[in-house]
Structure formats: C-alpha cells, structure tokens
Design a binder for this molecule. Structure first.
Ligand code: AR6
Length: 176
C-alpha cells in the first residue's frame, strides 16, 4: 500500500497516459454526455462496439459495478466503465454504491494487469452527487481498498475537471 501513489490533478481524463481510465457511464453502457461522451468521442467506435458486446452477453451494468473495454484510440489501454448512483438525497444507499464504483473499478483493473489508473469524479455531474460528499467517499474507498488489498497498482490519479473538485481532493489528500 505504501508504494501506491495517490494523487490529484486538474485536467481532461481522455488525455491521461495511464493503463486505464475510468468512465462515469450509465447502466445502458451505450454512451451519454459529460465524461462518458468525451471518452467515446476521443476513443472512437471500438469502445462502443465492445460495450455492445458486453451488453449482449450480460445485459445492463448495475449501479456500483464495472466492466472493462479497450481504450480504442485513447492513450489509455483500457476504459473501465462504472455506473455511479444518481443522488436522491443520500438515503438510498448512495455512499455505499459510489464506494462500490471505486472498489470494483480497482479490482477489475488489477485483474487486467493495470498498474496506473485515473478516475473522474463519478456521479458529481449529471447525477447530482454533492461534490464534497462524493470526494470524501471516493478518497475513503480508495484508501480502504489499498489498506485491505495487497495491490500491484502503482498509481491512482483523481482527475478533476473543475476547480471546486480539485480543491476538495487536494485538501483530502494533503495530510497523507
Ligand atoms: N475529464 C475529466 N472529467 C470530466 C470530463 C473530462 N473530459 N468531462 C466531464 N468531467 P458526468 P455523472 C467531469 O456528468 O454525474 C453521462 O451522460 C464532470 O465535471 O460526466 O456520473 C453518463 O452517460 C463531473 O465532475 O457523470 C450518465 O448518463 C464528472 O466528470 C451520466 O452522465 C462526472 O460528471 C453520469 O453522470
């Protein structure tokens, strides 16, 4: 765990030169707006093609779970598509579902030999999860994962698109 670098940057996740980037997808796996739209645009049709094959095999992707595809034309080799919870006020298991997105994405990454992974701020756009609450859940879930698993991951990067999220993660990661 001490060897895994946990960091935050401000930027565009489609530009990250890591083994895998995570997509904040929806259960259909067929694309959408926000970071999902940006990833499919930048990565090209091979990503959607594989998403469709996964759907044909196993149906929709439940909230909190994750699937993996090629990164297509992206610098990243893989895209891990996870489905964050829609914010309904916080009493519908949103924190646990959001934590599952991070945990399941990390586990799937490791199963595929990924050593470096970048996350967007899942659920904090269209899905309306309050940014500060989401950042706390994300950092806690990743730290717990690192404590509980003998991981081969070398770096985990939170890629923030906006200044507010960046400041929140900087604060949360500072003292460690
Ligand atoms: N790089 C990094 N982060 C980004 C980028 C980018 N290029 N573009 C947006 N973000 P959202 P959600 C940030 O709405 O809330 C889609 O339609 C954005 O500022 O993309 O999980 C899906 O298909 C925000 O902080 O995802 C689903 O239907 C974060 O990414 C639905 O939206 C997540 O915002 C999922 O909603």
């Amino acid at each position: 765990m001490e060897n895994t670098k946990l960091q935050v940057i401000k930027g565009d996740i489609t530009k990250q030169e890591v083994d895998a980037i995570v997509n904040a997808a929806n259960s259909s796996l067929l694309g959408g707006g926000g970071v999902d739209g940006a990833i499919h645009r930048a990565g090209g049709p091979a990503i959607l093609e594989e998403c469709k094959q996964i759907r044909a095999r196993q149906g929709e992707c439940p909230t909190g779970e994750a699937v993996i595809t090629t990164g297509g034309k992206l610098p990243a080799k893989y895209v891990i598509h996870t489905v964050g919870p829609v914010w309904h006020g916080g009493n519908q298991n949103e924190p646990e579902l959001l934590a599952s997105c991070y945990r399941n994405s990390l586990a799937l990454a490791e199963e595929n030999g990924v050593q470096s992974i970048a996350f967007p701020n899942i659920s904090t756009g269209v899905y309306g999860y309050p940014k500060e609450k989401a950042a706390k859940v994300a950092v806690k879930a990743v730290r717990e994962y690192l404590q509980q698993n003998n991981t081969s991951l070398q770096s985990i990067t939170f890629v923030c698109f906006d200044e507010e999220n960046y400041a929140l993660y900087e604060e949360l990661l500072r003292d460690h």
